[in-house]
Design a protein around this ligand. Structure first.
Ligand code: ZN
Ligand code: FE
Length: 256
């Protein structure tokens, strides 16, 4: 089976829309549905016909176009069973730990609470790609709105364990601000310093810094590195648990 084709585009000022397309069947899914017009334009640009929407979490900037896209294209909206009451237009539910079959491509549903309590990620192992919504960002992680720091650390720990070559699509272009913060807690990491410079150059050219990979994030994203000796020394937390170091980094980011 051919790998999924993927098209990413900007919605609003910093949300990413993503279309995934199965070449054999023609099935096309929008990962979340931030902005109707931007998604319709992406469909025109690709020539693909929308059949599904796969929702990561209920926030408005990820579900705003569910109903209008259903009205326009008759698509099937898929989301977490746990959050079905908060996802507009939901038709099919998935459960964490289970799978979802998209046109013969199997997504493992990963429970990723923290940003919201019903947040999920879709991992297509054979396609080596995961759609993580607002849980893991390039050089950052989602703000903890509904869950606990402990839950968010559990969610990131699951994503951290994906194969390093996995391509990661996330919900927002927050990377430059994330890089500035990352350097404040991990100032002596040469991989982070060079990546931060690359990111500034990309943004100056108007290019996205999403997608990323697990390997790149393991090397440079402080939220995946609470076990790192240099970060621990910088925070004066040499003997703390990974979860406590993560929580301290997340708290600092909230007021950075
Ligand atoms: Zn969100
Ligand atoms: Fe968002």
């Amino acid at each position: 089976m051919a790998k999924l084709e993927i098209h990413q585009f900007l919605c609003f000022s910093d949300n990413y829309g993503v279309l995934i397309h199965d070449v054999d069947s023609g099935a096309t899914a929008s990962i979340d549905a931030p902005e109707h017009d931007a998604i319709v334009k992406a469909l025109a640009d690709t020539g693909w016909s929308l059949s599904h929407i796969l929702i990561t979490h209920h926030h408005h900037d990820h579900t705003a176009a569910n109903q209008s896209l259903k009205d326009a294209f008759g698509v099937t909206v898929v989301g977490a069973e746990q959050d079905k009451s908060r996802i507009p237009g939901i038709d099919e539910t998935v459960v964490a730990g289970g799978t979802y079959d998209f046109a013969g491509h199997t997504a493992r549903i990963i429970d990723t609470p923290g940003h919201t309590v019903g947040h999920i990620a879709y991992h297509f192992a054979d396609d080596e790609v995961a759609f993580v919504g607002d849980t893991l960002f390039t050089l950052g992680c989602g703000r903890v709105f509904e869950g606990s720091f402990s839950q968010m650390w559990g969610s990131l720990s699951q994503l951290k364990a994906l194969p390093p070559e996995t391509t990661i699509y996330c919900g927002h272009e927050y990377t430059q601000a994330n890089a500035r913060f990352a350097l404040s807690v991990d100032p002596d990491n040469p991989a982070l310093a060079s990546r931060s410079a690359e990111i500034d150059a990309k943004r100056a050219r108007g290019e996205p810094t999403v997608p990323t990979t697990i390997a790149e994030e393991l090397a440079t994203n402080p939220f995946l590195r609470p076990d790192d000796a240099a970060i621990r020394a910088h925070l004066g937390m040499e003997r703390a648990s990974d979860e406590d170091v993560f929580a301290e980094i997340r708290r600092r980011k909230d007021t950075f």
